[in-house]
Design a protein around this ligand. Structure first.
Ligand code: MF3
Ligand code: CO
Length: 262
C-alpha cells in the first residue's frame, strides 16, 4: 500500500491520534508507585476501546518468527529502552523512569506514540535525559517538510544531543506508519553516513522516536524475547509522535500527551 496517505486517510489518522494520545495520557497518570504494569496496561486499553480504537501492538510480530506481543503498552523501566511487555508481577517503584509506548487502530489505520514518565524523585541526570530526549524530538520535527531528506531527522537529533554525551540507540529506528505498525522508510536517530537518501513527500506519515541512554548506545534483548535494554545498565528515555508530512512542514497526528510529567 502507498506510503503517501490521502487527505481522507490523514483525517482518520488524526481522529485516531487524539484517541491514542488520550490513552497514553491516561496511562501516564496511572504510572504511580505501587501500580502494576498490567493495571496501567488495562487503563490504556480501556481508554482507547471506549473511543472505538483497538490496540495495535497486542498480538503484533515485528518479525514473523517473533512471539505475538502480549500487551497494549510497552512499559520499559530504567535500563530497559523499548518493547517491555506489561505483566501483573511488575510494580512501579519510587524513582523509576518509565517509557510508555502505545499504538492504536482506528478507521483501518494505525498511529504510534511514546512518552517517558519520572516516578517521584529521579536522579538529576535522569531528569535531564528525559527532558532533552523530548526536546530532541521537538527539534527533529522542525526539519520535517516535503522535499527534505529523512536523514535530516537523525542529524537534527544527533546534533542537538551531542553536547550532553548521551548514547543514542543506533540499531532501532523510527518508521513510516499507517497501514501497518512498521512501514518504510526507516528513520535513524543519529547522523548516519549510511542513511539511505529518501526524500520526504507530502502525505507520508512518520513515527519519529529517539531512544537515548545516559551511557553507551549498545542494547541487548532480554530472555522474554521482547524487552530491549541497555547493555551497560544505564537509564534510557524514549519519546515518539506520529506526524504527516505537508508542503511546508508537518501535521501532528498524535497530540503531545496532556499529562504534566515532565
Ligand atoms: N512503537 C514500537 C516501535 O516502533 C512498536 C512496538 S511493537 C511491539 O518499535 F510489538 F513491540 F510492541
Ligand atoms: Co514506533
Amino acid at each position: 500500500m502507498s506510503l503517501i496517505k490521502t487527505p481522507k486517510e490523514i483525517e482518520s489518522l488524526k481522529r485516531g491520534g487524539v484517541i491514542l494520545s488520550t490513552a497514553l495520557s491516561d496511562a501516564m497518570r496511572a504510572c504511580v508507585v505501587g501500580a502494576s504494569t498490567e493495571d496501567i496496561d488495562r487503563i490504556a486499553r480501556e481508554s482507547m476501546e471506549r473511543a472505538g480504537a483497538k490496540p495495535s501492538f497486542l498480538g503484533y510480530r515485528i518479525d514473523p518468527s517473533d512471539p505475538a506481543y502480549p500487551s497494549t503498552l510497552c512499559i520499559s523501566i530504567n535500563d530497559e529502552v523499548v518493547h517491555a511487555p506489561a505483566t501483573p508481577a511488575r510494580i512501579i517503584k519510587e524513582g523509576d523512569v518509565v517509557g510508555l509506548d502505545i499504538g492504536a487502530w482506528f478507521e483501518g489505520l494505525t498511529t504510534d506514540m511514546a512518552a517517558t514518565v519520572m516516578v517521584g524523585e529521579v536522579k538529576p541526570e535522569e531528569k535531564e535525559l528525559v527532558l532533552e530526549t523530548r526536546r530532541a524530538l521537538e527539534k527533529a520535527l522542525t526539519v520535517v517538510r516535503n522535499g527534505a531528506y529523512i536523514a535530516e531527522i537523525g542529524a537534527a537529533i544527533g546534533d542537538y544531543l551531542e553536547p550532553f554525551g548521551f548514547g543514542i540507540v543506533r540499531d532501532l529506528v523510527g518508521h513510516g506508519v499507517g497501514h501497518a505498525v512498521h512501514e518504510e522508510p526507516q528513520i535513524p536517530n543519529f547522523r548516519d553516513p549510511r542513511a539511505p537518501k529518501v526524500i520526504m513527500q507530502t502525505g507520508m506519515v512518520l513515527a519519529i522516536e529517539p531512544m537515548v541512554a545516559l551511557g553507551s548506545w549498545k542494547i541487548y534483548q532480554k530472555n522474554d524475547g521482547w524487552t530491549l535494554a541497555m547493555r551497560d545498565g544505564s537509564t534510557a528515555a524514549h519519546w515518539e509522535v506520529t506526524v504527516a508530512v505537508t508542503d511546508d512542514g508537518y501535521d501532528l497526528i498524535t497530540p503531545w500527551p496532556d499529562a504534566s510529567n515532565p
